[in-house]
Design a protein around this ligand. Sequence first.
Ligand code: BGC
Ligand code: CA
Length: 421
Amino acid sequence: MKKFLALALAIFMVFALVGCSGETTTEGGGETTTEVANNEKPLVWFNRQPSNSTTGELDMEALSFNDNTYYVGFDANQGAELQGQMVLDYINNNIDGLDRNGDGIIGYVLAIGDIGHNDSIARTRGVRSALGTAVEGENGIVSDAVGTNTDGSSTVVKDGSITVGDTTYIVRELASQEMKNSSGATWDAPTAGNAISTWSASMGDQIDLVVSNNDGMGMAMFNGWSKAEGVPTFGYDANADAVAAIAEGYGGTISQHADVQAYLTLRLVRNALDGVDINTGISTADDAGNTLSEDVYYYDEASRSYYALNVAVTGENYEDFLDSTVPYAPVSNQLDATAHPTKNVWLDIYNSSDNFLSATYQPLLQKYDDLLNLNVEYIGGDGQNESNIVNRLGNPSQYDAFCINMVKTDNAASYTALLNQ
Ligand code: BGC
Ligand code: CA
């Protein structure tokens, strides 16, 4: 009897301890709890990594705001290398007639998204390294825009060279520009459309290739000029319209595995709110069988960042990428609503007219939020003013978690300040 009592007491104590051990157990009810302080709620930064837009240095204060803070993006360098290689392969495999004016120079123009965004910087560098036009500066390869460089005299880039068969060609970045509109929105597709009109009017058949930091701008240039001219155009993101355009002469694009990123963005929140191991349904299977394999993502502890891996999408494989909004099959199983009750999440998209985020990323998030039982409020910004978004986080106590896409990567503190109040 004594033994039984002792055992019962021991069991009782274990349960009592479990009950007290974490903030997480107070959250089980399926309703927003008021007990958790806003600055202790899960926070996932995505697509724009908190960092200094001049030096690229990570903002570790924002990235480690609390124990459940992470960044979700993709491996910018691996993707940039793939993009550069894709363009180089294209030149090697399609050299006949590529030099449109026969002057021995393969000329390209480059659309830059945002000179202060690390994804944009990496892509500019990747293309320049692959084509031999990169110049080393104090902080690595220079990623500034050249403006125009038809005579090859720029100091921001240099002329590269490429030998195919027994002919050696010069490779020249004829022009590049940050595609920022007059109100300040970056990665701006209409601005890229205007730029290609200006460039083609003055350079005409000097332009043999068009390269862009993303598909939004790439497609604006393709539709505005290069499609009709038969000039191969390369982008990034594998948006559905760009993938479809490969059949019509778009040169290729890179998938940043948005299907994996959108999953990770919401999955980390789900796990933190469930109080389970953060890698549940990621490196280890969850109770519904969702799991990611190591060939599609990795986690970097030092930057508290999950990075998806990129895949090149070209004429050879584009048919597999035509719909960019399908959840990734290995992580598309519905979670049980009893074990994973509905939670409220505040999530913003920095610019509701950004092609990639609005046409690819958000539709994916909207599918995963159902699968993960998350009630997500989507806020769309104007791409110009942080205040436009921050103003709509007036009452953080209404939400269980936050997923943030900043206008400018330097501005994390405008959000965390609200959570600290
Ligand atoms: C995407 C761009 C997008 C940008 C927004 C990048 O990762 O490739 O298309 O405009 O993120 O932050
Ligand atoms: Ca030429």
